[in-house]
Design a binder for this molecule. Sequence first.
Ligand code: SF4
Length: 346
Amino acid sequence: MRTEKIDLKNLDPSELESLIASFGKERYRSIQILRWLYQRGVRSFDEMTNLSKKFRQALEQVSFISALHPLLTEESSDGTKKFLFQLEDGNRIESVLIPDKKRLTLCLSTQVGCAMGCRFCLTGKKGLKRNLATAEIVNQILAVRETLPDKTSITNIVLMGMGEPLANYENTLKAIELMTHPEAFKFSSRRVTLSTVGLLPELEQLAREKARFRLAISLNASDEETRSRLMPINRRHPLKRILEVCRNFPLQPRARITFEYVLLQGENDSLEGAKRLLKMLKGIPSKVNLIPLNEASGIPFEKPSEERVRQFQGILMEGGLTAIVRASKGADISAACGQLQGKAPD
Ligand code: SF4
């Protein structure tokens, strides 16, 4: 029965090595399999032509190779593409491919829905259904990559789609290990970014484990009260403690933590707030992404005027912070930040 078999893409490289060793095979066989799965993107054991037929059959007895197929692909007028995937159990998730100059960034989901309930986000409105398996995370990359023309490659991965990645810690970290492993996807650790609301125990664990990827914190306020109002999770994981962990976070040389700040008119866009933010981030190697809200029905906020956005940015930059205004892409196909709902258009 297929359900009793192991999905090979749920295994990290060392788990795959142990499985292969249980067949009495050498380590390099697991490396060959990693290459087949993630560099070549094969869907069957038959395609693994440098493994003996007998070994392929033995592998097939205990394991299988899962895949995702887009149920629907929508393209925005700005070139952003949104992919809707149906999972084996009927749940749906989305991934977004964002072209930007020389970059082609893929935004992945890590959960079906999200439990964090950020008030400016449509994903959060539906609550959490379940975590994604490691295979379901990495299969988003393989499925999107297959749709690309020859010689076009995904350059960056961001874990910013549906879900809170650190609430699905183990599966997400295994997926990142596959993304950055030299025999699997081979992404540079500088090109993989995990974005979190800042779950403290997991953030501390990441710091201890010296995570090898870029970290982004979804900040969105410069005081506890405003953050708790916009992001209820702040009551349990307060801003002050998150910043303390960030201050001591073991970053790779020249790396910085990205702080994301969705700007909401009259809520968190005051110039006093910008000054507080500047002060708060002192001593943390950081850059700030300012994201004017993508207005959507069901979201009780509006975006600030362009002038206010510029003033807010100006205060940060004058204080010596790198602050970039990110025009969120794909809003016309509900692919922009905070708009993913895992459903087909009405
Ligand atoms: S912004 Fe992110 S963490 Fe917050 S509810 Fe939406 S998906 Fe969840």
